[in-house]
Ligand binder design. Structure first.
Ligand SMILES: [Zn+2]
Length: 306
């Protein structure tokens, strides 16, 4: 990808002054080798403020947003760009209330929906699986923790976590809202997110019994229901769990419901996995890139989506 991205707030504000400028960026991301008219294949034209690419040859307008989350949005491209910039560059992201305030949006619902759509774009299709050594554990969100070691779910959401180790440090992470701590849920999560042959390190919960059979080197460290042992032997997943809880508590006041939790987990993992990016603008660019590659979702689809 050879598209220049804005590296900081000054470059962002200087560049995206008009909807045409935003459309030009979408054009460049969608066609890195130059725009092509969908009707005649012509290569001469320009982006318009309506989010289309206008062909000088046949006057056909190719939509830049068809099939993306921006399709048929009543918000101007500039608002979307600013929303994406804020979401990517603020270390802790932002709440729907915060976004509504920053963009001067009329309704909370509009702001909330924009964030949900952007979160949807944050999951890369066909992203790589974790490799090497991966710590896997689960954590509860919301409600009160009941008896230590018990895995009963009462008014709480269970999140499966996979953390790739880079030496002694935390590498990439994957998070999934799972219905329960059964083998089907947990081993299913591992199968989807960790490459076969990797070393998977878990505690002795029976939900992990079939990890070895699923094609992994399974290292088991019993924690015997002792939180101190759990912290000692699984420091990386525990660090991620506590950062995740802090984020949900601080930025979203812990008001995330189970139905929408996965989207928040996707946002958290997106930012976490790019935390060492040199330029804040790189995240923004990555999000725009993923956005033009993802299928559109309607409001109904999003509110129904878990
Ligand atoms: Zn044309």
């Amino acid at each position: 990808m050879n598209v220049d991205f804005p590296e900081n707030l000054v470059q962002f504000t200087e560049r995206f002054v008009t909807d045409e400028a935003c459309a030009a960026y979408l054009t460049a991301v969608r066609w890195p080798d130059g725009a092509i008219c969908a009707a005649c294949g012509g290569r001469k034209g320009w982006p318009t403020s309506r989010g289309t690419y206008y062909c000088a040859g046949c006057q056909h307008q190719t939509s830049l947003t068809a099939g993306t989350i921006l399709h048929q949005s009543h918000l101007p491209l500039r608002s979307w760009f600013l929303g994406m910039w804020l979401m990517c560059t603020q270390k802790t992201g932002l709440s729907a209330k915060g976004l509504q305030r920053e963009l001067g949006l009329g309704s909370y619902k509009t702001a909330w929906l924009m964030l949900q759509k952007l979160r949807h774009a944050m999951v890369r299709v066909g992203r790589e699986q974790l490799t090497g050594t991966v710590e896997v554990d689960e954590t509860y969100l919301g409600g009160q923790e009941s008896g230590v070691g018990g895995r009963e779910l009462v008014g709480k959401s269970l999140v499966a976590m996979a953390v790739e180790l880079e030496g002694k440090k935390v590498g990439r992470i994957r998070l999934r809202h799972v219905p329960d701590a059964s083998g089907q849920s947990l081993v299913g999560f591992i199968t989807d997110t960790v490459a076969k042959g990797a070393e998977v390190h878990t505690d002795d919960w029976n939900g992990y019994n079939r990890v070895g059979e699923a094609g992994y080197r399974h290292r088991v460290t019993p924690v015997l229901g002792d939180p101190k042992r759990a912290l000692k032997h699984f420091p990386h997943v525990h660090l991620v769990a506590s950062l995740l809880k802090r984020w949900l508590g601080a930025t979203h006041q812990g008001r995330v419901t189970g139905k929408h939790l996965q989207r928040y987990l996707d946002e958290y993992a997106f930012r976490f996995n790019r935390r060492r990016s040199e330029h804040v603008g790189k995240l923004f660019h990555r999000l725009v890139e993923q956005l033009v590659l993802r299928q559109a979702k309607t409001y109904l689809e999003i509110t129904r989506t878990k």
